[in-house]
Ligand binder design. Structure first.
Ligand code: NDP
Length: 264
């Protein structure tokens, strides 16, 4: 199926590994040109070059900390200079937290607010004018199942991801008049290198392999009994970017192997 994305330009935050990289590759496969960002410049450059070589699209990496306003201004300016604008924005960069409400200082709340919420606000403010010039666009935010079904050990993550879902809904109403569709995706358990690293650390002195540890987590939580591969999440993102999803506006999609325990 031709998704009608050839020649479009996308900005993908956190596009150097995990879900963001899988989304970038899925878009590149459809002929989309890419601006990827992340903090680790070396890994970013390597992945952008790999995507260019594999899929024959222009893909650049712009080292950026999306929690910082100045870095985002630089990312917006580089996108304008290199591509003359943008059609798609994927706000994906983010990470889990681990704390209790009683022990986490204000700075930690502020950091995750900037990382998960203000990054999307600032990038939207910077890039929507380009989308308007082109007659429309797509913004997709990557939140989490934790936005609705919290994990007790990461209150800051749960709260800031819930805010991102509300931001997405509000943005969708403000921008649809410009033919810009905004939606949000809430993944469940997705097997990224970071999960593998954590599992390796936690099982180092135990009588269980990292794979068994992860398998147990999946079986305890997700009715499907396994983690998703990043590509399984990316497929939904790529579809939502495409004109095939033209009537989808302001929606929240769970992609969690059945983990969400309520209907919404
Ligand atoms: P990874 O840790 O695998 O990748 C995160 C990406 O974001 C990397 O490219 C990282 O690069 C980048 N990144 C992290 N912090 C920043 C920052 N401050 N500025 C710019 N880039 C940053 O994460 P996942 O692929 O697992 O997760 C991607 C998104 O999906 C996150 O928002 C996460 O909350 C969400 N999610 C993940 C789930 C999972 O099970 N994996 C489940 C539900 C939601 P670098 O470190 O170089 O900056």
């Amino acid at each position: 199926m031709d998704l009608g994305l050839k020649g479009k330009v996308a900005v993908v935050t956190g596009g150097s590994v995990g879900i963001g990289l899988a989304i970038a590759e899925g878009l590149a496969q459809e002929g989309v040109q890419l601006v990827l960002c992340a903090r680790n410049a070396e890994r970013l450059a390597e992945k952008a070059a790999g995507i260019s070589a594999t899929y024959g699209v222009k893909a650049i990496g712009v080292p950026t900390d999306v929690s910082k306003a100045d870095d985002i201004s630089h990312l917006v300016e580089t996108t304008r200079r290199e591509f003359g604008g943008v059609d798609i924005l994927i706000n994906n960069a983010g990470t889990g937290s681990e704390e209790t409400i009683m022990t986490a200082p204000d700075e930690r709340w502020q950091y995750y607010w900037d990382l998960h919420v203000m990054s999307a606000v600032r990038l939207t403010r910077g890039l929507v004018p380009f989308m308007r010039e082109r007659g429309g666009g797509v913004i997709l935010n990557n939140a989490s199942i934790c936005a609705a079904q919290p994990l007790w050990y990461e209150p800051i993550y749960n709260t800031t991801k819930a805010a991102l879902v509300m931001l997405s809904k509000t943005m969708s109403t403000e921008f649809i008049k410009d033919n810009i569709r905004v939606n949000v995706v809430n993944p469940g358990l997705v097997l990224t290198p970071d999960w593998m690293k954590t599992a390796t650390l936690l099982t180092a002195d135990k009588d269980i392999t990292p794979e068994q540890y992860l398998d147990n987590i999946a079986k305890e939580n997700a009715p499907i009994g396994r983690f998703a591969a990043p590509e399984e999440i990316a497929n939904l993102f790529v579809f939502l970017c495409s004109p095939r999803a033209s009537y989808i506006v302001g929606s929240t999609y769970y992609i969690d192997g059945g983990w969400l325990k309520v209907i919404t």
